[in-house]
Design a protein around this ligand. Structure first.
Ligand SMILES: *Cc1c(COP(=O)(O)O)cnc(C)c1O
Length: 467
């Protein structure tokens, strides 16, 4: 073969005839074009991000938002002195979000922090609640070595991490077919003097539903009055934080409620920014323990900085602020309303199919789950996992999974509708679902997933669905 030189085509190069490095740093260099091609092609066969209906995270931003973020990819948020305007922009975002959530705080800069996602934001909200509880206990001369946290068993995994890392006992109210969201009475029955906070969820990852935070606040108020405790609420509003203010402005779930002391959300979910952004806001600065924050002064403005990470990309913050001023309240509302209508349409159409049953009658967020009609299920030769595979062949990612502990016998499928999913695309998806079901119904023998499902079935008794 001829010696390679600058005119050698990428796919004529020797790198394309060898496996890519997996163990050690390669000794020699390769040209950037070839390296680029290899890395790019590694992800080539994956789902198109916008056909990925499994994720909550933004897969579409308009051209200017995308350009702005690409252009700021080199900016480190923590370099306050070099890029002071980024901190100011972050402070403005926190103000805007706090006001969307009816913050009562009157100071010029509301108390909050950006995070890499809701996970970091939840951690910060949780740590603050733990430190406040600990201080109260210390001041009262009481032991503070057995903190616990109460939430529903449909928690997102970050809460398990939080409880593990900070050694906080996690008490979960099991979801049942009767109580498909957090039951306030059961939650309070699990509380005691060592409860650092209760964490209801707005936009439960598993189901798309909202915990009834107003009812919880009401019950908690009586409970706290009766016991003398001061158990606060941290709302995990990863999805709901950017849906409720626009689509259900009357619903009281935020700082309008007395015991809601902090709220977290994902800027990269319905905040409409590409991945890498979360937000946490406290009711006012008295709920953010001093040891968690440090102040930065810029032109007389004091911006408090809080976070687990030190360095972090600034592009997402620019993207968030861009969305805020480009879309405004009206723009966010229109986009989420579209997602909601498309989700409702899919929900309705899926509900019409004989083989399926929807889990919830009404959608609160632009996502929903469904399961197999139990009567149909008894005779079926396939499962939702087979449907997931079929849809994947068409490029769609629609996940099938089992529900959390206590109703883990239930297999469901979920669709998350986000900006970038139109009615036309929904029609394509529904057509693909219908033709996949048609094909599965023609099977002469049960699929392997069906066989293992039935084996598992025998070990689980009394499967009754009530809705
Ligand atoms: C997505 C999600 C999280 C985690 O958020 P990230 O932004 O992915 O870190 C936490 N809680 C709930 C309810 C979620 O839906």
């Amino acid at each position: 073969m001829d010696k390679e030189n600058i005119t050698t085509a990428i796919f004529g190069s020797k790198e394309m005839r060898h496996s890519a490095p997996t163990e050690t740093l390669p000794k020699h260099k390769m040209s950037p074009e070839i390296a680029y091609q290899i890395v790019k092609d590694e992800t080539y066969p994956q789902t198109q991000p916008r056909l990925n209906l499994a994720t909550f995270v933004t897969t579409y931003m308009d051209d200017y938002g995308t350009r702005l973020m690409n252009e700021s990819i080199a900016i480190n948020y923590i370099d306050e002195t070099e890029y002071p305007r980024v901190a100011v922009m972050s402070g403005r975002c926190i103000n805007i979000i706090a006001n969307l959530w009816h913050s009562p705080e009157e100071s010029e800069w509301k108390t909050g922090a950006p995070g890499i996602g809701s996970s970091e934001a939840c951690m910060l909200g949780g740590v603050a609640a733990w430190l406040r509880w600990r201080k109260r206990r210390k001041d009262a001369g009481k032991p503070y070595d057995k903190p616990n946290l109460v939430m529903s068993s449909a928690y997102q995994v970050v809460w398990e991490k939080f409880c593990q890392l900070w050694q906080i006992e996690m008490r979960t109210v099991p979801l049942t077919h009767e109580h498909i969201t957090l039951d306030p009475k059961q939650a309070l029955a699990m509380c005691d003097e060592n409860t650092i906070c209760i964490v209801p969820i707005a936009g439960v990852t598993w189901t798309g539903m909202n915990d009834d935070i107003e009812a919880l606040d009401h019950e908690l108020d009586q409970y706290n009055r009766r016991t003398g405790y001061e158990i606060p609420i941290h709302v995990d509003a990863a999805s709901g934080g950017f849906i409720l203010p626009f689509l259900q402005p009357e619903t009281r779930w935020d700082f309008r409620l007395k015991w809601v002391k902090s709220i977290s959300t994902s800027g990269h979910k319905y905040g409409l920014v590409y991945p890498g952004l979360g937000w946490v806001v406290w009711r006012d600065k008295s709920y953010l323990p001093e040891e968690m924050s440090f102040s930065v002064n810029y032109l007389g403005a004091s911006i408090s900085q809080v976070g687990l990470n030190f360095s972090r990309p600034a592009a997402q913050i620019l993207g968030q602020y861009y969305n805020f001023i480009r879309l405004g309240f009206e723009g966010y509302k229109e986009i989420h309303q579209t997602s909601m209508e498309v989700a409702k349409y899919c929900h309705e159409e899926i509900g019409k199919m004989e083989c399926f049953r929807n889990y919830a009658k009404r959608l609160e967020n632009p996502l929903f789950i469904w399961y197999m009609n139990p009567e149909y299920d008894r005779k079926a030769r396939w499962t939702l996992y087979d449907l997931q595979d079929k849809l994947m062949q068409k490029g769609w990612m629609v996940p099938a999974y089992t529900m959390p502990k206590s109703i883990e016998d239930m297999v469901v499928m979920r669709i998350v509708v986000r900006q970038g999913m139109s009615r036309d695309m929904a029609d394509m998806l529904l057509a693909d679902i219908r033709s996949a079901v048609e094909e599965l119904e023609k099977l002469a023998y049960p699929t392997s997933s069906r066989l293992s499902y039935e084996k598992r079935e025998k070990s689980l008794k009394g499967r009754v669905y009530t809705h």
